[in-house]
Design a protein around this ligand. Structure first.
Ligand SMILES: Nc1ncnc2c1ncn2[C@@H]1O[C@H](COP(=O)(O)OP(=O)(O)OP(=O)(O)O)[C@@H](O)[C@H]1O
Ligand SMILES: [Mg+2]
Length: 258
């Protein structure tokens, strides 16, 4: 159930506005089925706006979107979701006053391999904390819960908006491991991140967005090998190039104090 050539999503020429502010200037991108596609870019580049346009939360004024072979341009977001598109927004929107287990029961379940029992296998920590309220969870646990809820909808395509934001390094690694596991389950992933190093290490294809336009499209590996380009295009911060256990280590000193 993919489009012609194994494409989960394809968008061409998106122009999106907030009132009179013209934010996206003709964004085109593709998410290959069963792959991880990452969308990088500085603060304010338009990454969240791109995701919101793709799922119909902030509809593009111009352009065309096709998801799993269906033209979804101007569809309301609930219809897009019903195609099997999951979305984990920025800032972990969980219900603070519901328990972990209650949070997991909120999504409208679509049939498929993901059940609450499987979620607890993947996230043992959520099982341990199942009777705790959302607000009692750490940032990392809240992010796991937000992702777990999206998985329960059994998405074929999952869009994640900065899942690693604000998490401790160990939890960040865990988060990226889970995203890789989604791909091995056959889920197509569109991963928005500011952590260029980690995203490029797991992604198949990369896009960089700057000022509402795509300024790079190519294999994630090729971009990962060109740190200067990442720095120039995505404004990768000092912190993210520091870890010495990364597959992209050996990066020059000058980014460490940038
Ligand atoms: N609701 C809104 N109304 C008006 N302008 C907005 C609104 N939301 C975002 N913008 C503007 O649109 C531009 C793109 O914002 P967007 O949130 O898409 O960027 P982003 O790449 O996701 O940034 P970040 O990395 O900080 O999350 C920014 O200039 C932002 O100020
Ligand atoms: Mg954003």
């Amino acid at each position: 159930m993919t489009g012609a050539n194994g494409t989960a999503l394809s968008a061409t020429g998106l122009h999106t506005f907030y009132g009179k502010s013209h934010i996206l200037h003709g964004v085109s991108l593709e998410v290959a089925a069963g792959r991880i596609t990452t969308l990088l870019g500085r603060n304010g580049a338009g990454k969240t706006t791109t995701l919101r346009s793709l799922i119909g939360l902030t509809p593009a004024r111009e352009g065309r979107i096709t998801i799993f072979g269906q033209e979804t341009t101007r569809w309301p977001s609930f219809r897009v979701a019903a195609l099997g598109v999951g979305y984990v927004p920025e800032g972990r929107r969980i219900f603070p006053n519901l328990s972990v287990e209650e949070n997991l029961k909120v999504p409208l379940e679509r049939s498929g391999p993901w059940s609450i029992a499987r979620i607890y296998d993947l996230f043992p920590r959520l099982h341990e904390r199942r009777h705790n309220r959302g607000r009692q969870l750490s940032g990392g646990e809240q992010q796991m819960l937000a992702i777990a809820r999206a998985l329960l909808v059994n998405p074929r395509l999952l869009m994640l908006d900065e899942p690693s934001q604000g998490l401790a390094p160990l939890v960040v690694r865990e988060m990226f491991r889970i995203v890789e596991q989604m791909r091995s389950e056959g889920i197509s992933v569109l991963l928005v991140e500011q952590n260029a190093r980690m995203s490029l290490a797991i992604a198949d294809h990369a896009y960089v967005l700057d000022d509402g336009a795509i300024v790079y499209s190519g294999p994630a590996k090729a971009l990962a090998a060109d740190e200067e380009r990442v720095q120039a295009l995505a404004g990768a911060g000092a912190g993210e190039w520091q870890a010495d256990d990364s597959p992209l280590n050996g990066l020059s000193e000058r980014y460490r104090n940038a």
